[in-house]
Ligand binder design. Structure first.
Ligand SMILES: [Fe+2]
Ligand SMILES: [Fe+2]
Length: 271
């Protein structure tokens, strides 16, 4: 059995200090086997914001792994944005923007979905490159068959059930098909500051989007559950949703996701 927590969209520069302290306390008491941070550490990649993020990371239980979000590259310093977009991320968060994690029960592959430049689209939108899909496939294939496999990115792989037209990470369908071929049971992402989960099932060349009962979010055993986290600590909340993060329990090939919501004084299970 493994216990994982996923936190996302911290957005230092626009955080609620009480929520940050509450989250550090809860994670320290809970001590998950692995903490996954799915991007947007800062608001605008400012040095002061990264310094806050670094101080926060130093207080978290280990091990943790992370990917960058679109807010983690500078919108101001164009030279830096194009030539060395992740230099501050590498210095303050982690040197590797696409880490992996593996133990006797779980295998986690992280993808950096942040794009610094795209001719036809908004910079905040992410995309998975073909070579990243190939890299993820190679990493997944190298892991023992019996591991529960998870893929992490910042941008969503599946749209919210209330907005089928929501922009997904570029090449989401191809990526999900590849992940399914390798027996991935969960994808974890953020960016939208709303929590939800949906099954991504094979539908010819594409992906069928299947609704999930919020009280029973379970992936694995042949089904790929695409899980989204809300914003753990930011005051940039959407849809009247409080700060939130995901607790995931992995046992007998099944991952059960529980959303934890900030109540104003602490965290409690959703629903
Ligand atoms: Fe965000
Ligand atoms: Fe984002």
């Amino acid at each position: 059995m493994r216990r994982i927590s996923q936190i996302s969209d911290l957005h230092f520069g626009r955080t609620d200090p009480a929520v940050v302290e509450g989250l550090v306390r809860e994670l320290d008491a809970d001590r998950p086997d692995l903490l996954i941070i799915s991007g947007d550490f800062t608001m605008a990649a400012r040095r002061s914001e990264y310094a806050e993020a670094q101080a926060f990371l130093a207080r978290l239980p280990k091990p943790w792994i992370a990917v960058p979000g679109n807010h983690d590259i500078s919108p101001f310093h164009l030279f830096q944005r194009f030539l060395r977009p992740f230099s501050r991320y590498r210095r303050f968060v982690a040197p590797d923007t696409e880490p992996t994690f593996q133990d006797a029960e779980i295998g986690v592959v992280c993808l950096n979905t942040v794009r610094t430049w795209a001719p036809e689209q908004d910079w905040s939108q992410g995309k998975i490159r073909r070579r990243q899909i190939a890299m993820a496939e190679a990493r997944l294939a190298a892991m023992p068959k019996n591991l529960f496999k998870i893929v992490v990115g910042h941008h969503p792989f599946m749209p919210p059930p209330w907005d089928e037209e929501a922009r997904l990470v570029g090449r989401a369908d191809k990526a999900l098909a590849a992940f399914r071929r390798h027996g991935v049971g969960l994808t974890l992402a953020g960016h939208l500051h709303r929590h939800y989960a949906r099954f991504a099932e094979a539908d010819g060349e594409g992906t069928e989007r299947v609704a999930v009962d919020a009280a029973r979010m379970q992936g694995g055993r042949g089904r790929l559950l695409a899980v989204q986290a809300g914003s753990a600590t930011s005051t940039r909340l959407r849809g009247n949703e409080p700060n939130a993060y995901n607790r995931i329990r992995i046992e007998d090939g099944l991952a059960t996701v529980t959303v934890r919501l900030w109540t104003g004084t602490g965290w409690a299970d959703a629903g």
